[in-house]
Write a protein that binds this ligand. Structure first.
Ligand code: NAD
Length: 364
């Protein structure tokens, strides 16, 4: 496969440009800046699948009324140590931030809080919310599903039954947080999107065709598509595979049950039940300070992580990392190089901007 053709855009320039796009699409400057900061932050962390490549799709969803600007979560149940919130199809970066802020506030007061959020627009990179919690010294655990977006085949299956349902755990430590954050699908759908836009190719066994053949071809998921323009996951007949055989498939099912069925936002399918795609998230916030001896926890955890990382590497060029380390390394690098975007993805964003009367940054 030919090397994808990339443009490199400085972080601040990209963030300003995307903020202008969402301001033009009808968000307040504050909300537009938050959405932009989240998307650019995903690119900075190396998760291009959850970065600005999403801009055309977010703007389309907003135009279609699937996602709404300026929402504030409604409280459905408040038990003090647990809260159930409705995001009312607001931008995920807005309503999931509100839900996370509430969970943090309660856990700092009482030691723990469980927050259910339903009907959130796409919340993006789940690690962003864990990073908010770890920055306040809290452990956080997040089960997420995508109601109405059925893309993933269960272990042994060839038909779609799960969403890409991410799972995330953040642990705060003095030398920096440990953040585990991944989709329970073999690859996040955004990685299929990036590959279809000329970006990094998929592993050959990331997808499965309706006939049960392994595939790395985005057409398996999207069917026919033009080089630049929207992708329709309903267009293909295949599915993304769940990661980790029966174990990843089981974790995906649990994300659907906790983030979808328990919050009331609904599971990923059957698709005919709903037209609107929304994230659900069940989050658990825990304060080590309230729970036990925080200093002893830090010492034991940090010592253990150092020991794990001291393991002899199979490849001397690839030392053992803790979850969250790759993102830290990419942030440091991309702050210097700028953020790489495939030309097709960049053109898609420029086209969306132009449709809103916004010019792209000069000289890129
Ligand atoms: P991924 O496969 O890149 O895995 C990322 C995780 O693995 C991170 O915690 C990272 O630190 C860790 N990791 C990677 N390489 C490592 C190594 N060598 N050693 C130790 N740890 C390592 O992630 P993904 O499945 O592609 O998910 C990407 C993003 O997509 C996530 O942020 C996820 O939350 C997001 N997502 C969101 C939705 C949604 O609906 N909002 C759906 C799916 C995925």
């Amino acid at each position: 496969m030919a090397e994808p053709d990339y443009v490199y855009i400085p972080e601040a320039e990209l963030e300003g440009f995307v903020t202008r796009i969402f301001t033009a699409s009808g968000c307040t400057p504050h909300e537009a800046a938050r959405i932009s900061n989240h998307l650019v932050g995903a690119n900075l962390s190396g998760h291009d699948s959850h970065g600005v490549v999403r801009v055309p799709r977010y703007v389309e969803w907003q135009k279609a009324g699937y996602v709404l600007a300026g929402q504030t979560v409604d409280t459905i149940t408040d038990g003090g140590s647990f809260v159930l919130l409705d995001g009312k199809f607001g931008f995920g970066q807005t309503v999931a931030q509100q839900a996370t802020e509430l969970g943090i506030e309660r856990a700092l007061q009482n030691g723990a809080c469980i927050v259910g959020l339903r009907n959130a627009g796409h919340i993006g990179r789940t690690g962003d919310y864990a990073e908010m919690a770890t920055a306040q010294g809290l452990i956080s655990i997040h089960f997420v599903n995508v109601a109405g977006s059925v893309l993933v085949a269960p272990f042994g299956g060839t038909e779609r039954r799960f969403s890409t349902a991410p799972f995330c755990v953040g642990v705060p430590l003095p030398q920096g947080p440990v953040i585990l954050d991944f989709a329970t699908s073999f690859v996040a759908e955004g990685k299929v999107l990036v590959a279809s836009n000329g970006g990094k190719a998929l592993p050959e066994n990331a997808l499965i065709t309706a006939e049960g053949q392994m595939s790395g071809d985005p057409h398996t998921l999207y069917g026919d598509y033009a080089p630049v323009g929207p992708r329709n996951a309903a267009g293909g007949t295949g599915a993304i595979r769940a990661f980790g055989d029966h174990k990843g498939s089981g974790l995906a099912l649990m994300c659907e049950l906790l983030a979808g069925a328990l919050t009331g936002g609904g599971c990923s399918g059957p698709i005919t039940e709903r037209a609107r795609i929304a994230n659900g998230m069940l989050s658990i916030y825990l304060s080590p300070q309230h729970f036990g001896d925080e200093a002893a926890f830090h010492q034991a955890a940090q010592g253990y992580i150092s020991w794990v990382k001291s393991c002899r590497a199979a490849d001397p060029e690839a030392p053992i990392l803790a979850p969250g380390d790759p993102e830290k390394q990419r942030r440091a690098k991309r702050r210097i190089t700028g953020l790489p975007l495939s030309r097709d993805a960049w053109q898609g964003i420029l086209d969306t901007a132009a449709s809103l009367g916004i010019n792209g940054p000069q000289g890129i």
